[in-house]
Design a protein around this ligand. Structure first.
Ligand SMILES: C[S@@+](CC[C@H](N)C(=O)[O-])C[C@H]1O[C@@H](n2cnc3c(N)ncnc32)[C@H](O)[C@@H]1O
Ligand SMILES: [Zn+2]
Length: 379
């Protein structure tokens, strides 16, 4: 395996040199390495530093470690007691060389099935970074984690509703492909994590959850307790979406009755869920992550976190282009529409999901009324 040494954050890592002619270069080599996930790892360093306060007694498991790049950064840049595990021999050899390269004494490398590692012991923080869905690892991770669960899912098509059957198989929930599909993905994943933790009498509090073009990411603090677990499940529910007029309604509960007809237009609605209807982020935690990002001079991630911090806590964003297309009106700027909603007494914010998305407590018909007004006052 041809390798080279790169520096990510302040950590040196020997990584494989991918075959650029392959359709997906990170998977073309004996050990997986994706430079494009640097942003994901930068956020992880800042988030885990915020959560652990750099306490070296915290144990951290990088359960699907590949080159070890994620765990090495946590050991080196945050100082946690780190275990890196992978079932491939090539990976574990590379991880061991990388531990030496950085002269780290707070690391262990294991060649084992991730589920066995997690069922065999407990860790304060567990990070799941699989190729595709984290579903096969959620039970063991929920059993094993004591304080924080970090999950990446790259199977965005099943999560967001584009591959509905795979979504149902992996997450025991029905996703719907709508204009707010990235948020659908985040909430389907969060719902699956909350329900899996509940099996082990644990509750989650989302600290930071986001979707990027190719993956969904979640940081959730974990607490053991049946009262807490029951309370956590109160955040579960369903979304009824009208594909005719774009209206949506949500209802909390796991056995709910939802009217089949759209209250706005009378068309039959479609149902997604069970999914997470609670908050996606903790504002104070986002502030701490921003401080860590600034302190560590991590580039290109502060906007994502500050937008998450400032997002309204209302399920399912709107897409300006979609609303305007339904009305046959040229799209206005996100900033202008948000101002117009606020001027009329509604809450409104940008979202991290896309530059043309917004959240508001206004209903679809109210939004359409404002968009029409804006269009006619401009003509
Ligand atoms: C996407 S890669 C991990 C990438 C890495 N975390 C990073 O940031 O670059 C997934 C890794 O999981 C390993 N893997 C897959 N299933 C596993 C299992 N059941 N037990 C242990 N390792 C597994 C694969 O060998 C692969 O190295
Ligand atoms: Zn409708």
């Amino acid at each position: 395996m041809l390798t080279k040494i790169i520096t990510e954050g302040t950590t040196n890592v020997e990584v494989p040199v991918p075959d650029e002619n392959s359709s997906f270069p990170p998977s073309s080599v004996a050990v997986f390495y994706n430079p494009a996930m640097k942003t994901n790892r930068d956020v992880a360093v800042a988030a885990i530093a915020s959560f652990s306060k750099n306490d070296p007694q915290y144990s951290y498991l990088d359960a699907l470690s590949a080159s070890g790049i994620r765990g090495l950064r946590i050991a080196n840049e945050v100082g946690l007691n780190t275990t890196m595990s992978d079932w491939e021999e090539n990976s574990v050899e590379l991880i061991k060389r990388n531990i030496e390269l950085n002269s780290l004494t707070n690391c262990t490398a294991l060649r084992r099935n991730a589920n066995v590692v997690m069922l065999d012991g407990s860790f304060d923080i567990i990070d799941l970074d699989p190729f595709g869905t984290p579903a096969p690892f959620l039970d063991a991770a929920s059993f094993s984690t004591k304080r924080l669960l970090c999950v990446t899912a790259t199977d965005t098509a099943p999560l967001c509703g584009a591959h509905k059957k795979a979504g149902i198989r992996n997450y025991s929930a029905v996703p719907l492909k709508t204009e707010y599909h990235p948020e659908m993905g985040v909430r389907i994943l969060m719902g699956a994590v909350a329900r899996t933790l509940a099996k082990y009498d644990k509750a989650m509090t989302p600290l930071l959850s986001y979707a990027s073009a190719h993956y969904v990411r979640l940081f959730a603090s974990v607490k053991k307790g049946i009262v807490e677990a029951d309370k956590c499940l109160e955040n579960m529910g369903f979304i009824a979406h009208c594909f005719n007029c774009g209206a949506r309604e949500w209802k909390h509960g796991l056995a709910v009755h939802i009217e089949e007809k759209c209250p706005a237009c009378g068309h039959k609605t479609s149902l997604a869920g069970p999914l997470w209807l609670g908050r996606l982020h903790d504002r104070g935690f986002c502030e701490q992550v921003l401080d860590e990002i600034a302190k560590r001079e991590l580039k290109g991630v502060d906007k994502l976190i500050s937008t998450c911090r400032d997002e309204l806590e209302i399920p399912m964003h709107y897409d300006i282009h979609k609303v305007c297309k339904m009305l046959g009106i040229t799209a206005m700027s996100t900033v202008d529409l948000i101002s117009a909603l606020r001027e009329r007494g509604f809450q409104a914010s940008r979202t991290h999901f896309s530059g043309i998305s917004f959240k508001t407590d206004a209903e679809m018909e109210e939004i359409k009324g404002i968009v029409r007004e804006m269009a006619s006052s401009n003509s």
